[in-house]
Design a protein around this ligand. Sequence first.
Ligand code: NAD
Ligand code: DAU
Length: 352
Amino acid sequence: MNKKSILITGGAGFIGSHVVRRFVTNYPDYLIVNADALTYAGNLENLKDVTNEANYAFEHVDICDENAITAIFEKYNIDGVIHLAAESHVDRSISDPMSFVKTNLLGTTNLLHIAKKQWAGNFEGKKFYHISTDEVFGSLEMDKGFFTEETAYDPRSPYSASKAGSDHMVRAFYHTYHLPCVISNCSNNYGPNHFPEKLIPLMINNILHNKPLPVYGKGENVRDWLHVKDHARAIDLIFHEGVPGETYNIGGHNEWKNIDLVFLLCDLVDEKLSKPLGESRKLITYVTDRAGHDLRYAIDASKIERTLGWTPDYTFEQGLSETVDWYLSNESWLKNVTSGAYLHYYSAQYGK
Ligand code: NAD
Ligand code: DAU
């Protein structure tokens, strides 16, 4: 008999796969059910080291599918949800906002609705944990202020608006039905298994293939970077100790202008591949800015530090160096993703 059955949505994605691995490994008496639709961003190869563990199950499912999600709750007797499934890339949200509304807003509401129905007012030992983003707070001026849990929502891209809508729906279920919900809003993650459409893995991949490095606008925008394993550790802590109805901001106190980060990546790869210093910087190409490009994100993470004792373990120097090493020694992962071969991993593995 498992102590807990936890539904992790989006577990085949970047952050989700680190969360699944952490829970499967650290909690052998929990059953971890990974529910993922395997969109372009889902890659079961990310989880090949835990696929055969006795406390791991995979369900190929869209979070918008009411019958299928209900069946999963019943089959596994789910008593906790860690919800990461989402459309996550801002540039895609600009060209295709409807997919973001469907998964992020309708899909989240579907999960809340089913959890409420299945738990039928008996919320003892239950928790619904929604993973959100700092982008819901909008954009900060350069060198001025931080996002706190009290900052008013001001989303400005279809992605952040859809995530803000899902956060509001989670709070509505907490206030209206007393569903025990908790939310965290995190800054930009980096680390192994990051899909190479996002800044850091895109730059590493392009440097390795001698392709242009597209820097939006003047490269002046600022992001606050956190190692994905530090985020997964915070998620573990909040799932177990976070107070229902509360929100926690998670961030790295690690702000970088995009162009400075790209310089750093170029120099790191040059050093590791023994290329002349400055070689990769020649690939930098300034391109048209992202529409509505938020200038700066920066998190005040003092609440999670004060109340749950969380601070990042990784320094950026160590985390970025290890990340570059990971991409250099996992070229086949990168090749499978960029060629599209990864999309066949599920059928090869599960015969479907
Ligand atoms: P990702 O794009 O790498 O992974 C998303 C996963 O969700 C994929 O496995 C995909 O197949 C799955 N998915 C998408 N639509 C689905 C649907 N309709 N039904 C079931 N599964 C579906 O995303 P990520 O970067 O790992 O982000 C995970 C979560 O964390 C998201 O909710 C995102 O908003 C949030 N977040 C991300 C960051 C970041 O820097 N990446 C920072 C803060 C918060
Ligand atoms: O802040 C948290 C968010 O971080 C998450 O909620 C999102 O899911 C995640 O994708 C990320 O959003 P960003 O838009 O900040 O990440 P991205 O990697 O797309 O871009 C980081 C910065 O780099 C941003 O200022 C845009 C810029 N950029 C990005 C790409 C892909 C470039 O200059 N060139 C590029 O090619």
